[in-house]
Design a protein around this ligand. Sequence first.
Ligand code: ZN
Length: 181
Amino acid sequence: MSIIPITVYGDSILRKKTEKVKYVDDELIQNIRDMFQTMRNANGIGLAANQVGLDKSVFVIDLQEVEGYEKFKPVVMINPIIVLESDEIVTIEEGCLSLPNLRADVDRPASVKVKYLSTDEQEEIIEADELFARVILHEYDHLIGKMIPDRVNENIKKKLQKQLHDISDRKVEIDYPITEK
Ligand code: ZN
């Protein structure tokens, strides 16, 4: 397993829709292991493949370090599709390993139904709410090239501009590896 430098705001792969996975092969399984290791090393709770430079429609989630989620099993979602979103919208402050030190209030559906392939190529459909729904929607956004600044209003976005510039210039202090400019 290896820890991979995380792509940050400004890296073009984060702005592109990822490719669907055709086969769950050994390479993908290795990628997924690396993603978990990279995410945990950075104290993240979710990570999408393009955040480690891979053009693949996959993300991983592990909420076990979060209070109240200790028994929650880590999840891998391959080729996820959002089937249903609740009408109810909630505002929650989010962060992102590709936006080091940035926090912003983001409005998203409170609950979500998502269809995906598991690592043993079974089609799964699950319903999620609260933090799990939030992380699924955030990671799914990565796979379609969207990030937090695309999901906030213009006012908040303006306030984030300087920080976004600093991130793309690597003027950030963090304790996990990121890509070079
Ligand atoms: Zn993110």
